[in-house]
Ligand binder design. Structure first.
Ligand SMILES: CC(C)(COP(=O)(O)OP(=O)(O)OC[C@H]1O[C@@H](n2cnc3c(N)ncnc32)[C@H](O)[C@@H]1OP(=O)(O)O)[C@@H](O)C(=O)NCCC(=O)NCCS
Length: 184
């Protein structure tokens, strides 16, 4: 019983299959305490909401004013902040966004992939950007400042600042700037 409790409180993961970890997210006082305890760092006014799946929480850093909504998947290698997931201030996450800095090794054809171990590369989501519903960000990617990732995109390469990317794999469809968005 105590070892299960200790596992839920200290293992670097928050997920629906560790049910206590979600109950704590429903109430402000326990959420603020618990998200600070689990993540490498989390800024002011940021919230981890129930029904997220966060693996390797001690390799995840989140800035100020970021809501991590239900359905979000953030997957990093535990104890590897150098290759972790960094979400800067004021990033907007749509529903069911998935961000992976860790992935399986697969190149040795003599070993089943599930036994080959993992590899990880830092993911950086820069301030003010927006990741649309169901988008997937792959290991090693940087999303630029105020960039937009369109709904359903799979991002495999870096995205420059102030650009909209869309599709699978995601490509630049628009550059945001002075002459853009005449509706303003
Ligand atoms: C990226 C987005 C903001 C672009 O909106 P927009 O500037 O109005 O762009 P448009 O609708 O004019 O589309 C421009 C082009 O991109 C394409 N496009 C837009 N969204 C796309 C998507 N998700 N995937 C692939 N292509 C897309 C359009 O088909 C269009 O192509 P065309 O020029 O060949 O006709 C919007 O499509 C989007 O994905 N929003 C995210 C919504 C969301 O996640 N909401 C959750 C709330 S947080």
């Amino acid at each position: 019983m105590f070892s299960t409790l200790r596992f839920f409180l200290f293992y670097p993961k928050i997920a629906p299959d560790m049910y206590l970890t979600h109950w704590l997210l429903y109430f402000k006082t326990s959420r603020v305490w618990f998200q600070k305890k689990k993540l490498y760092s989390i800024g002011n006014n940021s919230e981890i909401r129930p029904f997220v799946s966060l693996n390797g929480t001690n390799s995840i850093s989140i800035g100020d004013n970021v809501i991590v909504p239900p359905g979000t998947i953030l997957s990093a290698m535990p104890n590897d902040i150098k290759n972790g997931i960094f979400i800067e201030n004021d990033v907007l996450l749509g529903p069911n966004v998935s961000i992976y800095s860790a992935t399986h090794k697969y190149k040795d054809i003599t070993i089943p992939i599930k036994k080959q171990g993992y590899t990880a590369k830092k993911v950086l989501i820069k301030e003010g950007s927006w990741l649309g519903v169901n988008s997937v960000i792959m290991p090693g990617v940087t999303i630029g400042k105020n960039a937009v990732v369109a709904a359903g995109s799979i991002v495999t390469k870096d995205v420059p600042d102030n650009c909209i990317v869309a599709g699978v794999p995601a490509k630049i469809i628009k550059k945001l700037g002075e002459n853009d968005d005449k509706e303003k």
